[in-house]
Structures are given as C-alpha cells and as structure tokens.
Design a protein around this ligand. Structure first.
Ligand code: NAD
Length: 516
C-alpha cells in the first residue's frame, strides 16, 4: 500500500520514499501497529501515513536478526568483508544525500544545509567505521603456564538501536554502522515523529547487499515497541539516544537482563566567554552553538557565562546579532532558524520561557512566535535570549531543547567553575579566550564529555563522544565506538601436550596406552 500523498521538496518528488512499509527481518510490509501521521513542521500539514510497528514485529525482527547473523555468514565474516559492504552503503548514502536531505527536512523541519551536512556525515560514518574495523586487533597476552592466551572480541548478537527525532540520519549511522561492523544484527527503532530517513537507510543497505535480516527498522511508539525491544531476551545490547528520563528507565530494563547499554542523553551545556576572547568569532560561535538546529541539539550551548567586565557589551551585540537571524522554512536556502519538530514541542518551549518570565526572568530578544503571517502555520519560535536569573533557576537547570539561551555573568574562575558545573548534566561545554594556560586549566575542571575551545558543535566520527552525570554513559564514535558492540572472550590453548599435574597421577593410572 502506498501513501496517497506525494509531497515535493524544492521541486523534488519524494512520494516513492514514503511507502506504507516497515522493514522486518528483510521483508518490507505494513507494520502491525496503529497509523502514524507524519507532519511537515513548516506548514503543519500531514504529508504521509504509515502503519507503525508493534510488539509482534519486534519479536519477528529480533529472531530474524539472530538467524541472519548466524546463517548469512556475517558474524564470522572477516572484518574486510564486512567493511566492503559498509563502504558501499556509505558511498550510496553520499550519492543519495540530496534525497535524504529533502526527506529529512520534510520530516523534521530542519534546514537543507543542516540535513545535507547530516547526510554527508552519515556517509562518512559508514566509511570511517569500515576502515576502522579492519584495524581492530586481538591480543596475545603473557601466559603464566605452558599455554597460549588470546584475548579476542566477538559480536553481542542483536543490537537494539533507539534514536530521537532531532538528527535521524546521523544518529542512525552512528549506531547502525559500528554495530554491523562488529558482526551484529541491528533492530532500529526510530521515533514515530520522524521515521522516514531510517527506513530509507534500510533500503539503501538492502540495495548495497547487506544480507537480509541483519537490519530491521521498526518505527513506533517508545512505550510499546521500544520497551518490547529492549526487554526482548534475544537482544544483547542497547544503544540509546534520547531524553534522560527515558534513558534512566531503559537502563533499569537493561540492568534487569544484565545487558550492556550505551546511553547518550540530555544536556544543559555551558559556554564561557572571557574578556580576552575575539568577540566576532565568539558571537558567531555562540549563535551557532544555541540556535542552529533551532536549539534542538543535545549539546546546545544554552547557558552562556560572560565575564562581568564585558557582560553588557557582549550581551548587547549578541542580542542584536540574534535579532538578525533569518527564521523561515527549512526548504528556503536563506533560513538559519527553522521550525521546531512539532507544534506540541514548540508549545512546550514557549511554556518554559513563559514560566521563566513569571519567575522574574527578562527576555532580551525573542520569547514569542514570529509575527510574519507566512510562518503562522509552522512550528516556529523566535531565537530567544534570557537574562536576570541565576544559575539555580529552572530555565538554567532544565533542558529546553529549543532556541533559548540564558546569559549569566561571572566574576572569576572559581565562581565560574562552581556555576558551570552546578548542573545535573555533563555533555558539552565551550570556552572562548585567547589565553592558552586558562584554556588548559578550565578545560580540565569542567564536568563534561566534550570541551570546545574557540569553536563549538563540531563532530568528528573518529573522536569519542560521551556524556557524564545525567548526560549518559558509555562511548560512541572512534574505535571504542565499535568495541562497544562487542564482548571479550579469552581463549587458552595448551602448548605442552602434558596432563595437568593436579590429576596427572590418576589419569595415568587409568591410561589405556601401554607404558614403556
Ligand atoms: P525521548 O527520550 O522521548 O525519545 C527517544 C527515543 O526513545 C524515541 O525513539 C522514543 O520513541 C523512544 N522511547 C520513548 N520512551 C521509551 C520507552 N519507554 N522504551 C523504549 N523507547 C522509548 O527523546 P526525544 O524527545 O525523542 O529526543 C530529545 C532528547 O534526546 C533530548 O533530551 C536530547 O538532549 C536527547 N539527545 C541526546 C543526544 C546525545 O548524543 N547525548 C543526541 C540527540 C538527542
């Protein structure tokens, strides 16, 4: 069954990518769950309908994954053989980046520039992982007896990959590529709100020769499909990106099975501006750090700490620059701040700003829906800067996941570190200064998985990414990111040809071979 709607994005027809099918154990078919309507956030219009997956689909996908990993030869294939398939998938993602970008902009509202960059980064992820998996080595360890010991790694079996809606193609690649490279099967559960690019990625993987059953894609509600997937006895590892409360709950479900879990969760990242920073570079970095992706980024630089000596000047310039940002649909190449993922999410963001104002916060810019009538139907919210609160305020402690930053003054380094680290999160942070000694000092003291210095929101697939505190546990990306989908095994091989001394006498006494 195909959807009756055939939307266009920049003149590009996307109807052929919107079939009412999920991908279960190598078969394209309608999901057994309820119908999901997917909405273009820039207009509020439903552009496709999809029968979501349900719990029975989970069981079929996991069993097919177990079978495929075993019977297709994938589990035991040499790394360079798996790498060849992953490289082809990466190349095809690059070739089809334009379609992926158009589809993701339609589904999430993000700008074409962002979704193009995300599609290219997904291609790069497949290629990096293909190269890196060929460099992972087993170890021969020092023996303490007449044997050879090999510390080796093997796949965990079936991996559950659960992802949020904010950057689907990049989150998918970051999990699916290393999990497959490690020799596993993957059952991916994209969010019901933005299912289409993950399904498209599965079509590409199938076309490029990934054996059937190794990848299933089951868009559907977290509480049914996601929950059943994590709890399924056939699943050997969870990789999750999403909100902290969901991650914490799934960590319990995984712990109950003694199953490893990698969790990439929320953030409330501090960006810190010292008086000696290059202000043009800093302002561009602050704007990009909080307002790109309309602030719907786990590492959004949402708490901006500014040294008091330059606070008024920097904030005035930042507010003026924010006012000049171009708000519009993701399909318009001039747009910098696109709509949020949905009207419901936009209303939550607005409610958080309103609550801050009710608590005494001051809105310096934004804090409202755009007045442009052309944007009236979309899920837009103006880029917003808030002042007049201290770091203990709810707006400084809770993740907004929208285009909202708070500016806070600080006096000295001790005061700064105390405020910056006063958060339940620990995902990213930024420092803007020309003083290299200070960079080193502050970077070491910040509680965060990533520190950006005179730059922000850069991603390299070869560099590990992790969160601390309520921002998560485990590592993605880099070579460690592949290892995290494997488990260790040690093999002892006797080299002596002799019976073990403890029972040698008894064994020899019953030995049928004649003694000379
Ligand atoms: P979410 O936690 O609501 O949903 C994430 C995924 O989990 C979705 O696929 C959802 O369907 C699924 N899910 C929800 N409840 C579930 C359950 N009970 N069992 C199994 N699966 C369940 O998050 P969201 O609103 O989609 O995404 C925004 C959040 O993601 C933000 O907090 C953001 O910071 C975080 N995020 C983190 C990173 C990172 O790398 N640290 C990256 C992007 C987004």
């Amino acid at each position: 069954m195909s959807t009756e709607i055939a939307p266009l994005m920049g003149g590009q027809a996307l109807g052929h990518l919107l079939r009412d099918e999920v991908f279960v154990g190598g078969r394209w078919r309608a999901g057994t769950g309820d119908v999901i309507e997917t909405v273009d956030p820039s207009t509020g219009e439903v552009f496709a309908r999809l029968h979501a997956a349900d719990v029975e689909d989970v069981d079929e996908a996991v069993r097919a994954g177990e079978r495929a990993a075993r019977e297709s030869g994938w589990r035991d294939a040499a790394p360079h053989e798996r790498a060849a398939v992953l490289r082809r998938i990466g190349d095809a993602v690059e070739r089809r980046a334009d379609e992926i970008s158009a589809l993701q902009t339609l589904d999430t509202g993000k700008t074409r520039a962002e979704t193009t960059a995300l599609a290219r980064s997904a291609a790069a992820t497949f290629r990096y992982v293909a190269a890196a998996v060929e460099t992972l080595e087993d170890q021969v360890t020092p023996p303490r007896g007449p044997y050879l010991t090999i510390a080796t790694w093997e796949p965990v079996g079936v991996v559950a990959s659960i992802t949020p809606w904010n950057s689907p193609i990049a989150s998918d690649a970051q999990k699916i590529a290393p999990a497959l490279a490690a020799g596993n099967a993957v059952v991916a559960k994209p969010p019901a709100w933005a299912p289409w690019v993950t399904l498209f990625l599965a079509r590409i993987a199938e076309d490029e020769g990934l054996p059937a059953g190794l990848l299933s894609v089951l868009p559907g509600p977290g509480r049914t499909v996601g929950e059943a997937l994590v709890a399924h006895p056939g699943v050997g590892k969870l990789t999750f990106t999403g909100g902290t409360s969901t991650g914490r709950h799934l960590a319990h479900v995984a712990a109950d099975k003694l199953m490893p879990a990698t969790l990439e969760l929320g953030g409330k990242s501090p960006t810190i501006v010292f008086e000696d920073a290059d202000l043009t570079q800093t302002i561009a970095g602050l704007l990009f750090g909080i307002f790109s992706s309309s602030g719907q980024s786990c590492i959004a630089g949402s708490r901006i700490f500014v040294q008091r000596t330059i606070f008024d000047d920097l904030v005035a310039r930042l507010v003026e620059a924010t006012r000049r940002l171009r708000v519009g649909p993701g399909s318009d190449p001039r747009t910098q701040v696109a709509p949020l993922i949905s009207h419901a999410h936009r209303d939550q963001v607005a409610a958080m700003v309103d609550a801050a104002v009710a608590d005494g916060a001051q809105v310096l810019v934004g804090g409202a829906l755009p007045s442009d009538p052309e944007l009236a139907d979309g899920a837009y919210y103006l880029p917003t800067i808030i002042a007049g609160v201290d770091n203990s305020a709810t707006i400084c402690q809770e993740e907004v996941f929208g285009p909202v930053a708070v500016v806070l003054p600080f006096d000295d380094e001790a005061d700064l570190i105390a405020q910056a680290n006063d958060s339940r999160y620990g995902l990213a942070s930024g420092i803007w200064t020309a003083d290299y000694r200070r960079i080193h000092r502050i970077a070491r003291q910040l509680v965060a998985g990533t520190v950006y210095v005179n730059t922000y929101k850069q991603f390299s697939i070869s560099t590990p990414f992790a969160g601390v505190r309520d921002s998560g546990m485990g590592v993605e990306k880099g070579r460690e990111g592949i290892r995290s989908y494997m488990r260790q095994k040690s093999i002892y091989i006797d080299l002596s040809g002799e019976p073990l001394p403890w029972a040698a006498e008894q064994a020899r006494a019953v030995d049928p071979t004649p003694v000379d």
